[in-house]
Design a protein around this ligand. Sequence first.
Ligand code: LR7
Ligand code: MN
Length: 596
Amino acid sequence: RYFCYGCLFTSVTWTLLLFIYFNLSQESQPLKNVPVKGGQSFKYFPRKFQPRFTRSPSWLQGPNQHWGKEEGRKKAAELSPEMGMIFNEVDQEVRDVGYHKHAFNVLISNRLGYHRELPDTRNTKCKGKLYPVDLPSASVVICFFNEAFSALLRTLHSVLDRTPSHLLHEVILVDDNSEFSKYYFIHEELDAYIKKNLPGKVKLVRNAKREGLIRGRMIGASQATGEVLVFLDSHCEVNEMWLQPLLSPIKEDRRAVVCPVIDIISADTLSYSSSPIVRGGFNWGLHFKWDPVPLSELNGPEGATVPIRSPTMAGGLFAMDRKYFNELGQYDSGMDIWGGENLEISFRIWMCGGRLLIIPCSRVGHIFRKRRPYGSPGGQDTMAHNSLRLAHVWMDEYKEQYFALRPELRSRNYGDIGERLAVRKRLHCNSFKWYLDHIYPEMQVSAPNAKAQHPVFVNKGLRRPKVLQRGRLRNLLTSTCLVAQGRPSEKAGIVVVRDCDSEDPEQAWAYDEEQELILAGLLCLDMSETRSSDPPRLMKCHGSGGSQQWTLGRSNRLYQVSVGQCLMVVDPLSHKGYVAMGICNGSKAQQWQLED
Ligand code: LR7
Ligand code: MN
């Protein structure tokens, strides 16, 4: 009998090929159809558009083909609303995967690059202030998990660009065991970038397992050797003269813990805008919230430029003497991933002899997202776990206020808090009642507060933006008009085109200075932030741009800012009148006129 060498060769080759195929396709597998909250699936692009096997896709790294460096360097406030325009499938993929993975517009972030000018949002009186030259040196600690490369690099470069080098001792980046992904982050690449471009002051450490931002910061702090620790989130941009006003009160009093004013970087447009001056509070659900600053704090000849006492901090951005941070008990290392540590450190600072201040002359921008794009490794509610620990250590009898709102947590296990109770004892801290009486007298006991407030809406009041133009919105190809499908109501609904009727009040659109399109004086034309394949719909106006921001521009196109596409009639011959978003191409189906 003879052996079939041909058969052996064929089967070995096939096995090998199959093996290689499965291994290589593994990486893109989970990205193809990722479940999102609410049970729907998020469809990615067909595999041929996925830049497979490239370790360094060009679009992860700074501006891409249509926007050069110069465009990105322009002042944030003057950014063209078309910065997010989608030209091809790669742009589309960057945008959609970016929103899914990061909950902000990564396409625009990449196009901005790593450096940009920012509007100086300080009160003019701040600009004349002088600070001592011999301030303590700072170690900036930035902890991150799965951060978008361009956002992280812009954070880092903004610090390097805007900090006098004698004050910047070092920057410590703590990679909290970010997952390997060609879509957002490759640790080795960041390492290589730093070694090549930023030797010296920037140090990168990587956690062997995911620790969460609380232990992550403790790890960063333990490596630091500067006199002051400055913590930042990984999607910030520091503004002009940001550090000196923070260091100066610490030099005067080592027990002063200071926060900059947190300016707003829009998650949809990346535009940078000034935040009103507010201070930190909390509610009995143990959620952080912003409060107006009491007049008593703002008085004095210098007005809104002097430090403001704040009952709590938002958590991400603050500076503190390094030795004092250690003396005061760092953080509670029994807290996981995200949440609660900001109230814990705030209570601890005030109750144990320190002061927590907001410094109006120091400005740092932060990308505010509508949701957190990651969970905890085991899916636990870490906010509840962490809040429970803080309530048991710091809140004395007032923890009952929390349990009244969260009765299910009363019997829940929160681990060992012995070390934290020892900290409280060692530092001879005041009671929680003392804190409420002296630091947060505004807090209502027993009447639980409302939900946490987003800073964007604070002080915005009831001002309605000015209407610039009114009329029907007619499509130039079909000569039909954009209306609500069914009656416009408080509920979300899609829009379609129907025969124009100049008498019909439900075809009346208003275009205002915030670039909103409002139908029948009631609802705004809105695009879902995550899926540009969804049709546009009518929603309650939220007043913060992005998904409700449209430009009525060149060649009559109706361009949607956060989606990067143009509104078009889908099938001009059909009576259904469906409209959708599509890549802007100037065709008649994409031309609209706002007319009487
Ligand atoms: O497992 C994780 N590991 C991390 O390193 C989870 C997160 N992180 C990093 C993350 O990459 C980011 O740099 O930790 C940082 C904060 O996480 P975000 O940006 O997802 O959270 P956030 O901005 O909603 O968080 C606010 O509340 C948190 C409570 O734990 C922290 O205190 C954040 O620092 C804080 N951010 C701010 O205060 C910025 C202003 C926001 C407001 C109000
Ligand atoms: Mn953040």
